[in-house]
Design a protein around this ligand. Sequence first.
Ligand code: GLY
Length: 372
Amino acid sequence: MSEIAGFCDQSKLQKVRVDLKERGYDIEIGVGNLVHLGPLMTSFAQARHVVLLTDGNVAPLYADSIAGHLAAYDLTVDMIILEPGEESKSVAAAECLWERLLEIGTDRQSIVMAVGGGVVGDLAGFVAATYSRGLRFFQVPTTLLAQVDSSVGGKVGVNLASGKNMVGAFHQPLGVLIDTQTLDTLDDAQYLAGLGEVLKYGVSLDASLFELLEANVEPLRRRDHRLLTDIIARCCRIKADIVEQDERETTGLRAKLNYGHTFAHAYETLAGYGTLLHGLAVAIGLVDAAKLARELGRVDDDFVKRQIELNRQFGLPVRFDGIDPDQVIGFMLRDKKVVGGTLRFVLPTEIGQCELVGDIASETVKQVWVCE
Ligand code: GLY
């Protein structure tokens, strides 16, 4: 109980509404606000049973105390602890969870709560979307990457051996609660990986955010809570605006959130799941998307240099070494943005602006791996 019995600073609390009519929900961002979980869960109709999904790293840090806190609000809590890591985001793990939900008597009034990073959230959401044709779902993301991206917008799913996130659904949560204090226990690599996604929002969608990041490298590196609360809220607002307009990624707008990701997904698959953290792969993908845009005459050399410089200041990687170009192109051709067998990329026109560009020749993409 101790971690969440602490003080919640109400002055730092922020709310972002994802307005999707009957599927709409709030994202609450704060410092020490895990204490709000009990009242929030009991505010949902017929909330009696919570299936809390977490992993072996997060259980002792937060999930055990959250389970105790929810029980104090007369909720029955069943906790399921997954193996940490990307390997758990599999069809086999989903099947185990479906069986387990049946064993513990989960019904349509149960709420699945994900407490952890992107793997836990994506898997828990997928299981919630599919078990009994759909259960309610709540997200408590505890990594920066999950807080700014994967917990928001309802994309849930699992990986196939040959393709990341290839099986999944759109299943919006009932709500998201983000406590920036949970970032204190994140290891440096995981925290940096989250910053990779934060940089993505700035460079592709919000020039003033990019400038704010350039001006605040040091406080962000030391995980300043107040700044993080503002930046996370800002990223969530950008994402909510897009998801409200293109929930199921049909118009090309939501695809913009995948800036840098065509490169990143290929590198993650190439490295082997779990070997290269998603956000670090995204950080490299941001540099490579900038280089590809430069190759196509869409941005100048300064754009690429500014991206590389910001990555370096944060300690983020700028390249993926030892590439076999044909193999990477092979992985890219399995990307969900591929249409009619041709490569499409989200590419910038200036800092804070990007668009989906089709019909890009593989030979042009390969230039990215030979130029500086
Ligand atoms: N992570 C991209 C999206 O949610 O659409």
